[in-house]
Design a protein around this ligand. Structure first.
Ligand code: FRU
Length: 485
């Protein structure tokens, strides 16, 4: 490690220590979600199972609850149940990354853990440069920087060029990277390499003005291309889609195209874009395959430029968290997300109400309450009218059977007025809800639809209330979930 790196790592640890008490005293600190020890977290990075251990890095500004020159923070886990905080992986110590070690990915290269990430550089006038850089490690904890491996922009693109995701296909390395054309359109570009160091530009594979897509955002962030259940899937976070009724309700979206990758042309032939999540906070997801062959996704539970400065946790010196790890599968034209089964190991104190009778008066079922819980509601096929769950008096999940509409409602962080996000759900059958101290992840109909959001309830309200405009009955199960560290 260079002296400059040592100094930056030390400054980060000192900053964390300084805020530790304040951070830990926050009732909104999560119990089973990964959070920064202090400061701001955004994208998950370098997500990989390497030599049997899961490594999950993240975009981190240790010095403020705002975006800035990002570090890579690092967590590891043997089982995705218990997680350990590792030393800082990357700090923006070098000229080619001086304004941030931005997002990237991890691969194993001959037994070494290689990180490929974006070095963000800005001059005094705010002009950007972007370098795709490599760092390697033999122990998975300390990284040695190898410098830029792509140091030029392809012709026709701006310096909004970042977030390389690397994988191996037919013996070659490939990466997709998020890009912006000089006429400000978002695209995903493909590069190829034999050794991770020398890369050739193969061409754009998807984006605005490609393969029948019209204008589709001014920038594509965090692309991720993978093969799953006989299909190729491109996950991407496009910026600049206009809201259309219940679609694209957040400042920026994250979603996917299902299709077929042609590595020769190259081109990604695909269908429509679908959002991965219909809640308030979900962005920049990244996936990895583990040794059981599962494709597992995790995402930032946040959205850029969306009320970030109004999060109540800022008072306590930290902001944002990651989602739980979710296993992906493809069913028809839908990517299904399900919490990884390991999360069952966090369960304790099982409560079950078979055929619970629910009517227009809100009911608190016995022992169905808490702060960090999993709630499973089955047998909802028979409900009529309007069915509602109220979480700690602060958020409501409302299904309107007639309108086939599921609505998540909470109070806006800035105005404290009610705000809503909607999802079309043809026939509600089941809900699996992961509620933590300040978040809700709602998996609908086995993960066909997901709604992810932060929420900030009163500390002493642990209620979960159920009601239904028409008398009905269904099964409710609840577990308390243990902490992951
Ligand atoms: C997405 C993003 C990436 C970038 C990183 C910077 O949230 O803007 O495009 O690499 O965050 O922290």
């Amino acid at each position: 490690m260079t002296e400059r790196e040592k100094e930056l790592h030390q400054r980060a640890y000192t900053e964390v220590k300084k805020h530790q008490e304040r951070v830990n005293a926050d009732p909104y600190r999560q119990s089973f979600h990964l959070m920064p020890p202090a400061g701001l977290l955004n994208d998950p990075n370098g997500w990989i199972q390497w030599k049997g251990v899961y490594h999950l890095f993240y975009q981190w500004n240790p010095f403020a609850c705002a975006h800035g020159a990002k570090f890579w923070g690092h967590f590891s886990s043997a089982d995705m149940v218990k997680w350990k905080e590792e030393p800082v992986a990357l700090a923006p110590s070098e000229w080619f990354e001086k304004n941030g070690c931005y997002s990237g990915s991890a691969v194993d290269q001959d037994g070494e853990l290689a990180l490929i990430y974006t070095g963000n550089v800005k001059d005094e006038e705010g002009n950007r440069e972007s370098y795709q850089c490599m760092a390697t490690s033999s122990d998975g904890v300390t990284f040695e920087k190898k410098g830029p491996v792509i140091d030029e922009l392809p012709a026709g693109y701006t310096a909004h060029f970042r977030d390389p995701k690397v994988w191996k296909h037919n013996g070659s390395w490939y990466l997709v990277i998020g890009a912006q054309t000089t006429d400000e359109q978002g695209q995903a570009l493909l590069y190829k390499s034999g050794d991770l160091k020398n890369w050739t530009f193969e061409g754009p594979i998807a984006g605005s003005h490609i393969g029948g897509l019209e204008e589709f955002g001014f920038m594509w962030e965090c692309p991720d291309l993978f093969h799953l259940d006989g299909k190729d899937v491109l996950v991407v976070s496009p910026q600049g889609l206009e809201q259309e009724s219940i679609y694209y309700q957040n400042t920026y979206q994250a979603g996917y195209f299902i299709g077929e990758m042609d590595y020769e042309t190259p081109a990604f032939h695909h269908g429509d874009f679908f959002e991965l999540d219909k809640g308030f906070e979900f962005y920049a997801p990244q996936t990895a395959v583990d040794d059981k062959g599962r494709r597992i996704l995790t995402a930032w539970m946040g959205v850029p430029e969306q009320d970030e400065e109004y999060h109540p946790t800022i008072e306590h010196g930290w902001i944002h968290c990651l989602t739980v790890p979710r296993q992906l599968s493809v069913k028809g034209s839908t990517v299904i997300q399900q919490p990884v089964e390991e999360l069952k190991e966090l369960r304790e104190k099982h409560v079950e109400h078979k055929k619970a009778e629910i009517g227009p008066e809100p009911v608190q079922l016995e022992n169905v309450s808490g702060k960090s819980v999993e709630l499973s509601i089955n047998g909802l096929e028979g409900i009529e009218g309007i069915f509602e769950t109220i979480f700690r008096g602060e958020a409501r999940l409302v299904y309107n059977k007639e309108e086939r509409l599921l609505t998540l409602e909470r109070k806006n962080m800035k105005t404290r007025l009610t705000e809503q996000r909607h999802a079309r759900v043809e026939n509600l059958r089941d809900l699996q809800i992961y509620m933590d101290a300040s978040s809700l992840e709602v998996f609908i109909n086995g993960g066909e639809t997901v709604m992810t959001s932060r929420f900030f309830p009163e500390d002493d309200d642990e209620s979960i209330l159920l009601k239904s405009s028409e008398k009905t009955s269904f099964t409710v199960e609840k577990w308390n979930l243990q902490a992951i560290n």
